[in-house]
Every structure is written in structure tokens, then in C-alpha cells.
Design a protein around this ligand. Sequence first.
Ligand code: TYC
Length: 113
Amino acid sequence: MTFHPTTMMADKSDGDGDAGVILETRKKTQRPPLYKVMLLNDDYTPMEFVVHVLERFFGLSHAQAFEIMLTVHKKGLAVVGVFSFEIAETKVGQVMDFARRHQHPLQCTMEKE
Ligand code: TYC
């Protein structure tokens, strides 16, 4: 009888010496990047207008909106929400458009988290 290599393997190994080491079972989970949407302070936009913007476009309660408006007023800027690129872009556009239509210099920007 001749000993062909495959005849000697009682297990599932293919005899290549790697003993079935799995180097990669699945791709790493990919999460979409998130973007911070920020409101910037200025000296002219009325506080009530900013509060209204935060209620209208970011779904904040009056109390939350007032708090964030005051943070922007005191600190110069604040993050008002974190969203996917598309949602962040839409919010920034809505706020900038609304401010421009009311002739307020309010600035809203986004930045990758
Ligand atoms: N600083 C403004 C004022 O005193 C109020 C203000 C708050 C403006 C937040 C912009 O993003 C802003 N009327």
C-alpha cells in the first residue's frame, strides 16, 4: 500500500500546517460618520429668534432651546445636535435660509465629529 498524504488525515485539515486558523471571519462593522451641527453667536440676532430656530428645526423644548441659546450667547458657540451628513446638511441649510429670510446674521455650521 502506498501512503498518499490525504490518506493519513483523519481530521478536516488540509495538511497545510495552518490548522484552520481563521484570520478574518467578518468585515469590521462600519458606522457612518457623524456631524456636529453648531450655532455661532453674534451681536445682532435676537435671543427669541434663536430660541425659535432651535424649537423649530431641532425639535427642542422651549426650556432646552433657551438653555442652548444662552450657552451660545455666553460661550460663542454650542453643538445643537449630532446627525448623519445628509441630515446635518439639511439642518444647516434650513437654519441659514430662515435666518437670511429674516435678515439676521445667525450662522450655523457643521463639523465632522
Ligand atoms: N448674542 C445675541 C444677542 O445678544 C443672541 C444670540 C444667541 C445670537 C445665540 C446668536 O446663536 C446665537 N442678541
